[in-house]
Design a protein around this ligand. Structure first.
Ligand code: KIV
Ligand code: ZN
Length: 396
């Protein structure tokens, strides 16, 4: 069965690498059962490709990839990809691990920057090109869907990058993934790199160009979107942006940017956005890393309004301070947080929702005491307000 999709369909493929690059983050390892549970949820999220792991890394990794391929790699499920360095042994292990999947992909990579070639691989550029040709051809002899990544593309001499990508295309790669491995580039530079490859590598129009951006300077999402604007049609990303060092581009941010700014990008994804919040919580609970409250899309404060002015606006018309709805990402609703910045409007709504019935004089009294309390206490909760109301009732 073919993995390729109509080139005319203008959508961006979402390649989730939470179980591979994400799991490489310090302290983010998962058990086989946890990985399976995440993969099930990623299938519900309807990502296009799951990179299930790096089978050559350990027998446990091989087993996890194999199990995910068996259970999640159904004909109408996602493509199951496995990572392999550019050597036969890795490629064989990746290929055997993904065997049970209906749609399989081998993802092989080789560094192309001089700094990696000289200090890490101790290879010349010519040797790197020969290896890319040999290993992409080998992977392609096994699997019709082969992705190649020139690692550290972001710091590779642009002319040599063109050569390396051209060799991979000629050897049969179907997806060319362009990693900013160390998160060094700016959006303008990343977009220009993708555009340059599109315009100067013969045969590249037959392939899908893909982004893979790390977040060392906090630009992974912006860089990925710049890549999409320049013609990339696959984005590699992770749930909650986990990954090596500062992490990868966050899936939820990329997807919701494309969704919310659909008119701007003119593209879509196949992701079921209402599964986003659930997926984020599942990953966070398995790896034991909490999501920061101010994290875009999935942080606890992403749909919470505290200031009186914002609460007033949102109560009158949500779009005054919301560019997307909490329900779109799978939350029950937005929240109005009661704190010292809250106004009468939100406080009255809260009391009504809780079933308290106060006359105007009582309300004004309780509101004044609530404001006093907020100055003394950082967080005011339901119990505090219950106590305020009880106190008011005793007085009247
Ligand atoms: O960041 C990177 O370069 C990678 C490759 C293996 C694709 O993760
Ligand atoms: Zn990476």
């Amino acid at each position: 069965m073919s993995n390729t999709t109509e080139p005319s369909v203008e959508y961006v493929r979402i390649f989730d690498t939470t179980l591979r690059d994400g799991e490489q983050a310090p302290g983010c390892t998962m058990t086989l059962e946890e990985k399976l549970e995440v993969a099930r949820q990623l299938a519900r999220l309807r990502v296009d490709i799951i990179e299930a792991g790096f089978p050559a890394a350990s027998p446990g990794d091989w087993a996890a990839v194999h199990e995910i391929a068996r259970e999640i790699g159904t004909p109408d499920g996602p493509i199951i990809a496995a990572l392999a360095r550019a050597n036969r042994d890795d490629i064989d292990k990746a290929w055997s691990a993904i065997q049970p999947a209906a749609k399989k992909r081998i993802h092989t990579f080789m560094s192309t920057s001089d700094i990696h070639l000289e200090y890490q691989f101790r290879k010349t550029r010519a040797e790197a090109l020969a290896l890319i040709h040999e290993m992409v051809s080998y992977a392609r002899s096994l699997c019709e869907d082969v992705e190649f990544s020139p690692m550290d593309a972001g710091r590779t001499d642009p002319l040599f990058l063109r050569e390396a990508v051209a060799v991979a295309v000629a050897a049969g790669a179907t997806t060319l993934n362009i990693p900013d491995t160390v998160g060094y580039l700016t959006p303008d530079e990343y977009g220009a790199m993708i555009r340059d490859l599109r315009e100067n590598v013969p045969g590249i129009e037959r392939c899908i160009l893909s982004t893979h951006c790390h977040d060392d300077l906090g630009m992974a999402v912006a860089n990925s979107l710049a890549g999409v604007r320049a013609g990339a049609r696959q984005v590699e990303c992770t749930i909650n942006g986990i990954g090596e060092r500062a992490g990868n581009a966050s899936l939820e941010e990329v997807v919701m940017a494309l969704h919310t700014r659909q008119q701007y990008y003119g593209l879509r994804t196949r992701v079921e956005t209402r599964e986003i919040a659930r997926t984020s919580r599942l990953v966070s609970s398995f790896i034991g890393v909490p999501v920061p409250p101010n994290k875009a899309i999935v942080g606890a404060n992403a749909f919470a309004h505290e200031s009186g002015i914002h609460q007033d606006g949102v109560l009158k018309y949500r779009q005054t301070y919301e560019i997307m709805s909490a329900e779109t990402v799978g939350l029950d609703s937005n929240t109005l947080v009661l704190g010292k910045h809250s106004g009468r409007h939100a406080f009255r709504k809260y009391l009504e929702e809780k079933g308290y019935k106060l006359n105007e004089e009582e309300f004004q009294h309780v509101f004044a005491r609530f404001k006093d309390l907020c100055d003394r206490k950082k967080k005011v909760d339901d119990r505090d307000i219950e106590a305020l109301i009880a106190g008011e009732m005793q007085h009247t």
